[in-house]
Write a protein that binds this ligand. Structure first.
Ligand SMILES: Cc1cc2nc3c(=O)[nH]c(=O)nc-3n(C[C@H](O)[C@H](O)[C@H](O)COP(=O)(O)O)c2cc1C
Length: 201
């Protein structure tokens, strides 16, 4: 049986991360099937940032659900999944999950993922952060969720925005044992390490 991977897209900026994640899973993980829910604000941002519609993103997933359908399979712990990612994750959805508000299918599926002790990764995106945001991230972490802000790395020398995005997406997928091609950290090379040691003297 293919592993069920739940993807929630909310209205934070960074919808490109969600689109690339769906594309990468489809291209490189035939043993994984994606189950997608998009919030209305997520649809708005997809249109605004990528100039594509909900149907275009739905076409990248294996199964799609209505945001309001809290009776869908994903809302039950009796429907086994390999976990869930919220990508990108708004502060509104973070707050709802932190406080157990299962008021739509994204927050309900996240709640189920936590209660069943499955892996939940929330790619939260806001800056700067207020105390409510920080406390909500702490609460989700205390419940077993993983807070993974989509912050770009530079050590792999990305040349394009796409390379930056893909690197972050690959790191998140690794948390679900979904391996896609991409640069892996090989350790500093000896000359850089020597320069660093010299600077410390
Ligand atoms: C262009 C745009 C960018 C936004 N970016 C963010 C963001 O980065 N983080 C955030 O928490 N909310 C952001 N918002 C606000 C959310 O979309 C809004 O709080 C919404 O109620 C979230 O609902 P949802 O969690 O159900 O998707 C943005 C809204 C728009 C229109």
């Amino acid at each position: 049986m293919r592993r069920r991977f739940v993807v929630g897209i909310t209205g934070a900026t960074g919808s490109i991360y969600a689109v690339r994640m769906l594309e990468m899973v489809r291209a490189h993980a035939p043993d994984v099937e994606t189950h997608l829910v998009i919030s209305p604000s997520g649809v708005l941002n997809i249109k605004y940032e990528l100039n594509i519609g909900r149907r275009d993103v739905h076409a990248l997933a294996d199964h799609t659900y209505s945001f309001r359908d809290v009776g869908a399979t994903l809302s039950s712990g009796g429907y086994p999944t390999a976990g869930m990612v919220v990508v990108p994750c708004s502060m509104r959805t973070l707050a709802a999950v932190a406080h157990g508000f299962s008021d739509n299918l994204i927050t309900r599926a996240a709640d189920v993922t936590l209660k069943e002790r499955r892996r939940l990764v929330m790619m939260v995106r806001e800056t700067p952060l207020n105390l409510a945001h920080l406390r909500n991230m702490t609460a989700v972490t205390e419940m077993g969720g993983i807070i993974f802000p989509p912050l770009p790395a530079f050590y792999h020398h990305p040349k394009t925005l796409g390379e930056m995005v893909d690197h972050t997406v690959a790191r998140v997928l690794e948390l679900f044992d979904i391996n896609v091609p991409g640069p892996h950290w090989q350790g500093t090379n000896p000359s850089d390490a020597a320069a660093s040691a010299e600077a410390a003297e």
